[in-house]
Ligand binder design. Structure first.
Ligand SMILES: NC(=O)c1ccc[n+]([C@@H]2O[C@H](COP(=O)([O-])OP(=O)(O)OC[C@H]3O[C@@H](n4cnc5c(N)ncnc54)[C@H](OP(=O)(O)O)[C@@H]3O)[C@@H](O)[C@H]2O)c1
Length: 336
């Protein structure tokens, strides 16, 4: 089988295609033939040595998000049969409830080897069924970005129909925020650096759009779109450089989900108390969240927004495409 490894991270050019024997599943493990993977912002940060959340230092197989089919079972496996269509869970060991410290040490493609390999053995608890309405390419978009959105909007204080959600930019996380919030009956406002992308977001159901390049004070535009009240929820992928404006744009008593760090800067906590706002950190989510989200995806017939599909051999081009920021939604790699 073929796979990619970083002998050491820090330079995308070091990503090396290798040959290795197909592994055998041990007790309670399953062998999956991977058919597609998707890239997240994190994966490029890891490749460039700029990810601060625990990365195996040498010989890493990258990527957390994969989909494929079960082709062999180790002894004692009860959850799977051969032929099942599956997706990887970002954390191999966070089944439900609150995460434990050890769970975070099981993040695919960072703390442990990931899915950029034609075959991989998984613990039987580190997989979920793919929604029946999705292809392998579509299913491979879900494990990180979509589960993160589900955790933010539908767990501790679930989004209510009629509420307004603001999401920033049109990357993988934000497109899932748009689709999942719309399916729950919410009104979605979205920002982007591109009018063309905003037009497409409207076609996907966005009710209001703001170009954050031509309107650097985009928070004021969001307030106008909500008659001065502010939005109920912000899917905050920008980080310190956008948080102050997100807090301006949220209503009194609203919710801001801290997800991304696309920008730097200092954070002033005072507006949080001034707004009586709840600011919640999100780190992907559990298998149970993934399964609940998959039900919502099936019932609502949601199809993930895929910007472009690259071949296995074009993997480095896929990374570069993601880093260019020209994409909207997810960048996918199709396996042979
Ligand atoms: N906490 C977690 O568990 C978790 C999970 C997934 C992702 N994340 C983080 O969330 C962030 C987004 O991830 P992703 O995978 O969706 O990335 P992505 O697909 O690469 O999307 C990035 C998009 O963000 C937009 N953007 C960039 N700078 C912006 C700014 N200053 N203001 C508003 N939007 C801006 C751009 O959209 P336009 O081209 O439309 O301008 C860009 O295309 C990353 O920091 C990532 O690490 C965190």
């Amino acid at each position: 089988m073929r796979l990619f490894r970083f002998p050491k991270t820090g330079n995308l050019d070091d990503l090396t295609l290798m040959e290795q024997g197909i592994p055998k599943p041990a007790e309670r493990q399953v062998l999956v033939r991977l058919r597609a993977a998707s890239l997240n912002y994190r994966d490029h940060a890891i490749a460039m040595g700029r990810y601060g959340m625990g990365v195996s230092p040498e010989n890493l197989i990258p990527l957390s998000d994969g989909a494929g089919e079960v082709v062999d079972l180790g002894p004692g496996v009860t959850r799977w049969k051969t032929g099942d269509r599956v997706a990887s869970t970002f954390f191999q060991a966070w089944p439900r409830g609150e995460a434990q410290p050890a769970d975070f040490a099981t993040a695919l493609g960072g703390a442990i080897d990931g899915v950029l390999t034609e075959y991989r053995v998984f613990d039987e608890n580190g997989l979920v069924h793919l929604p029946a309405n999705l292809s392998f390419e579509e299913g491979a978009t879900l494990p990180c970005a979509a589960v993160t959105v589900w955790n933010a909007l539908f767990t501790q204080r679930p989004l209510r129909a009629g509420e307004t959600v603001l999401t920033l930019g049109t990357g993988g996380v934000s497109m899932f925020a748009l689709q999942l919030a719309r399916a729950a009956g919410a009104r979605v406002l979205i920002t982007s650096s591109s009018d063309e992308k905003l037009e497409r977001a409207k076609q996907l159901g966005a009710s209001g759009t703001v170009n954050y390049k031509t309107h650097p004070e985009w928070d004021k535009e969001i307030l106008k779109l909500t008659d001065g009240r502010g939005v109920d929820h912000v899917v905050e992928v920008g980080g310190p450089g956008t948080l102050q404006r997100s807090l301006n744009a949220v209503r009194i008593g609203g919710f801001v989900y801290l997800i991304g760090v696309l920008t730097g800067g200092d954070i002033n906590p005072l507006p949080i108390l001034g707004k009586n706002a709840t600011v919640r950190g999100i780190y992907v989510g559990s298998r149970e969240m993934f399964e609940a989200m998959n039900s919502a995806i099936s019932v609502n017939g949601i199809q993930p927004v895929i910007d472009r599909v690259f071949s296995f051999e074009e993997t480095k081009d896929a990374y570069r495409h993601l880093a260019s920021g020209s994409h909207m939604g997810k960048v996918v790699i199709r396996f042979p």
